[in-house]
Design a protein around this ligand. Structure first.
Ligand code: NIG
Ligand code: FE
Length: 424
């Protein structure tokens, strides 16, 4: 007797299972795709119930919907574990200034950069934030991202930061991409505290972080708390004070570390048991070694140096040689990297971080899910995981990364439902 299920995707020339290794795929073990030739995946109640050879699954299951992959590649939906969605406005004028020689940190020190987006975002209502940011989520879904992290950080005062959280949850509720929220009021020093970073840190610890904690308790959610640990922003000691206060309030932790200067933010992230440390461009050797010993996932954001026309990228090979867990993300934001495409990130990671396509694929799915604490839910097509998957328009996963700037995703499935279909 055949078992009733909601969806069977069959006849995948390559089915990429992306199996967990009792956690993320670490170090030299990164890149295990668990490939099944002529594979199929069965989904019921939004979850994978079986994955294996097409002939076997077609005989076993009676599917309400059957999708014939026609020999194409099927893989888990991409997970993007670092974005700065939602924001208002754009900074195309600053990009022009940078092309003329100004640096990102110079523009920020002069009151532009993040502060320019803060002025526009503070002025927006939740409804305006939602309306402006929905198209971004629609675009990243069409490019294959089925789960995403989204940060506040363009409010920099309690009420405006909470409005960003409300907008993130409204966005989560109004379209198919699942959003994991992160609280980032420690993204820059607002004009009101110019020259008094310690004063702003006190305000965060006494006012903003407790307000965010009350917000999460009221919704039964756990928020991540993130800090931009950087020269001229929050130093390591200030970052530690903010993150320790956040941990005591029940937040999980993330750090923007070593984007420009290697201050020790990555080592701190590992020491505090942060879920991820992100950017990691100027990471000192001792911090790379710490990643190999700890549980913190290293998140490479190669769209950012590319967006800034810099030459240095996350030292992925050294992180893997140390035994670290590496993930990839877009960093989608209006300043350094306005890019919604994990496919573009994979292409950059293959060229500038030295990853193979298989390593980049795992870093953009399973390991990315571990970077937002969801590695047991999404990022793999192993039974028990959510039925979030992509049918590519190509047969070979190695076309990912090799080809770039175009969309190779044909069909996007979220929890067993087709949510986007691209025609070429
Ligand atoms: O990750 N570095 C800090 N935050 C962002 C940039 C945000 C912005 O410029 O608006 C980043 O690159
Ligand atoms: Fe960022």
């Amino acid at each position: 007797m055949s078992e009733p299920i909601d969806l069977l995707v069959h006849s995948a020339g390559q089915l990429c299972l992306v199996p967990p290794h009792g956690g993320p795929q670490r170090g030299a073990a990164l890149g295990d795709l668990g490939l099944i030739a002529d594979g199929a995946v069965a989904v019921a109640d939004g979850r994978v119930v079986a994955a294996g050879p097409s002939a076997e699954l077609r005989a076993r299951f009676d599917a309400a919907t059957a999708l014939d992959a026609g020999g194409r590649c099927v893989l888990p939906g991409f997970v993007d574990p670092h974005t700065h969605i939602p924001w208002m406005g754009d900074r195309a004028g600053e990009f022009e200034q940078r092309l003329g020689g100004a640096t990102y940190m110079e523009i920020m020190a002069a009151g532009g950069g993040i502060m320019s987006t803060v002025r526009q975002t503070r002025a927006a209502t939740v409804a305006e934030l939602v309306a402006d940011n929905l198209p971004r989520l629609a675009r990243l879904l069409r490019y294959g991202t089925t789960s995403v992290e989204a940060k506040t950080g363009y409010g920099l005062e309690t009420a405006a930061e909470l409005r960003q959280l409300d907008a993130i949850m409204a966005l989560h509720d109004s379209q198919p991409v699942e959003i994991t929220p992160t609280f980032l009021p420690a993204h820059a020093i607002p004009a009101e505290y110019a020259g008094d970073t310690d004063g702003y840190v006190r305000y965060l610890i006494e006012d903003t972080l407790p307000a965010g904690a009350a917000w999460m308790r009221a919704r039964g959610l756990t928020l991540f708390c993130d800090v931009f640990c950087e020269e001229g922003v929050f130093d390591v000691d200030q970052t530690r004070r903010i993150l320790e206060a956040a941990a005591a309030l029940g937040y999980r932790l993330k750090v923007h570390a070593d984007e420009f200067a290697g201050l020790g933010g990555t080592r701190l992230a590992v020491e505090l048991g942060a879920t991820s440390a992100d950017h990691l461009v100027s990471t000192p050797e001792a911090d790379i070694a710490a990643l190999g010993r700890g549980q913190t996932v290293a998140v490479g954001l190669p769209g950012t140096p590319f967006g800034l026309a810099h030459r240095d990228y996350t030292p992925a090979k050294a992180i893997l040689a140390a035994g670290g867990a590496l993930a990839l993300a877009t960093d989608c934001n209006p300043g350094t990297c306005w890019c919604e495409s994990m496919q573009m990130v994979i292409a950059l990671a293959c060229r500038y971080m030295g990853l193979t396509q298989a390593q980049a694929l795992v870093a953009a799915t399973l390991n990315a899910a571990f970077a937002i604490g969801r590695g047991d839910q999404v990022g793999s097509l192993t039974p028990g995981y959510q039925g979030d998957l992509l049918i590519l328009d190509v047969a070979d996963y190695r076309q990912l990364g090799y080809r770039f700037g175009v969309n190779l995703v044909r069909t996007v499935v979220k929890r067993g439902q087709v949510v986007a279909e691209n025609t070429f």
